[in-house]
Design a protein around this ligand. Structure first.
Ligand SMILES: Cc1ncc(COP(=O)(O)O)c(C=O)c1O
Length: 447
């Protein structure tokens, strides 16, 4: 029998009376048929308050690279909690975590800790502007860099307003934002090195930094086109701009050296979040020493009461040691599992005549649902995605999956964790078979 969600519904109704819109992050409202309430997790599995058990591929929006509630991390946090939860001061732990990051990531000559990647993005922008004395940041259409005013520019422009291919418009998806924030950005399309060159030349001498998600995970899952990273590096070196790699999702997930090692480039600044804290509110700015100069000499401010919180540091130290102990087997193991799941999903989709096209580097991937008549082939940019992806149909399929105990992200993204094993993938595919069969019968496009 498909799962039901009565207790989650009751809690959500209750929450709406005390929590604005019932949730504490806007995106959680997307969950259909109701935002779910969870009771506990273990490895790759999660149980909600209705007693439904899920094989979880949402996995804390990618933060739980080690699965739910790893015992070693719980012990590390508990031990630290007994010594102190917050000092707003220094501890040897913070040096231990910083030294690990230095060893793992070649471009991490120095680091600074914060509580969320949203904050780290803001620090990186301030540092880049302080370093260059320039105002503009170039970012790519569809890339997400946190929910602050500056991180969201150009995230999800609607087709009627997104401007020409040559000059994408700067738009903000939220009201309440200072309009001038838009004047601080130049937007370019992703995966088109020639177009990027033109955009940079148009604003020559005015751009402080180029920021990007190395794999565009927040809209589809699009790996960088061959040569794109080299073009960004070359343009940054040529014009004195900083190269900012937002590895909030890809950092550590792609192995100790992050996506920058996997795709072979060396950024000036790197945003780290999610997996370095394993689910605790922990994030870091890492980068080359020269790029940190203004923080070192005190002319650019970076601060925070909870920065370098010992509970987060204890968790992070455990996470980094776990990755170091995995050695060369990470990320190969999770890539292989992800590829197995993508292949299985595609086979089942074909069998049920569902136009589902999983794409991505395996350890994270996206299920593109082709609109009727859409062309085949890998989706490579935000505009391409909006034109070809059938979001309502994916939402229906996602609900069928949820009702059979397979949990993917509402937007279509799937994460593999180090806690997933082959048996979980096979069981997920068995459950998927039922979900796809039901979707094939029940799905009716809007008239
Ligand atoms: C690429 C990227 N950058 C920044 C952020 C912001 O991270 P946080 O929600 O921890 O502030 C996210 C969050 O999903 C992200 O995916």
């Amino acid at each position: 029998m498909p799962y039901t969600f009565c207790k989650s519904q009751q809690l959500y109704d209750r929450a709406c009376k005390s929590i604005a819109a019932g949730v504490n992050s806007g995106i959680r409202k997307m969950e259909q048929p109701v935002p779910l309430y969870f009771d506990h997790g273990d490895g790759p599995r999660l149980w909600d308050v209705d007693g439904n058990e899920y094989i979880d591929f949402q996995i804390g929006q990618g933060a739980l690279l080690y699965g739910h509630a790893p015992r070693g991390m719980a012990d590390a946090i508990a031990e630290q909690a007994r010594k102190g939860t917050h000092w707003a001061a220094q501890s040897e732990l913070e040096i231990e975590v910083a030294e690990r990051l230095q060893k793992m990531i070649p471009s991490a000559e120095l680091v600074r800790f914060s509580n969320s990647a949203t904050e780290v993005v803001l620090s990186a922008f301030r540092l880049a502007r302080g370093h260059t004395g320039r105002k503009l940041i170039l970012k790519f259409e569809g890339h997400y860099h946190g929910w602050a005013d500056e991180g969201l520019v150009g995230f999800a422009p609607p087709p009627d307003k997104w401007g020409t291919e040559e000059k994408p418009t700067r738009l903000h998806p939220s009201q309440g934002v200072i309009p001038e924030v838009l004047d601080q950005f130049v937007v370019a399309r992703w995966n088109d090195p020639a177009h990027l060159r033109q955009r940079i030349d148009e604003f020559k001498g005015q751009i402080a930094a180029i920021i990007f998600e190395p794999v565009l995970c927040n809209t589809g899952c699009m790996e960088p086109a061959p040569g794109l990273m080299q073009t960004i590096r070359e343009l940054c070196d040529r014009d004195g701009m900083l190269m900012i790699s937002d590895e909030t999702i890809t950092g550590i997930r792609f192995g100790a050296g992050c996506a920058q090692k996997h795709y072979g480039y060396s950024p000036d600044l790197t945003i780290l979040g999610k997996a370095i804290g394993g689910g605790l509110p922990f994030a870091a700015l890492a980068g080359k020493k020269f790029a940190f100069e203004k923080i070192i000499n005190g002319s650019v401010i970076h601060a925070g009461t909870l920065n370098g919180n010992p509970l987060c540091l204890a968790a992070s130290k455990w996470c980094l040691d776990y990755v170091i102990a995995k050695g060369e087997s990470h990320p190969g193991e999770i890539i292989a599992l992800g590829n197995q799941l993508m292949t299985g999903l595609r086979k089942l989709a074909d069998r049920n005549k569902i136009p589902l096209r999983p794409q991505g580097p395996g350890l994270v991937f996206h299920c593109v649902m082709l609109k009727p008549g859409a062309t085949e082939g890998i989706v490579t940019s935000y505009r391409d995605y909006v034109k070809r992806h059938d979001a309502p149909r994916w939402a229906h399929l996602r609900l069928c999956l949820l009702q059979e105990g397979v949990r993917a992200i509402e937007r279509g993204l799937w994460f593999i964790s180090m806690a997933h094993e082959e048996k979980d993938i096979l069981e997920a595919l068995q459950r998927t078979e039922k979900a796809f069969a039901r979707h094939a019968v029940e799905w009716k496009p809007a008239a």
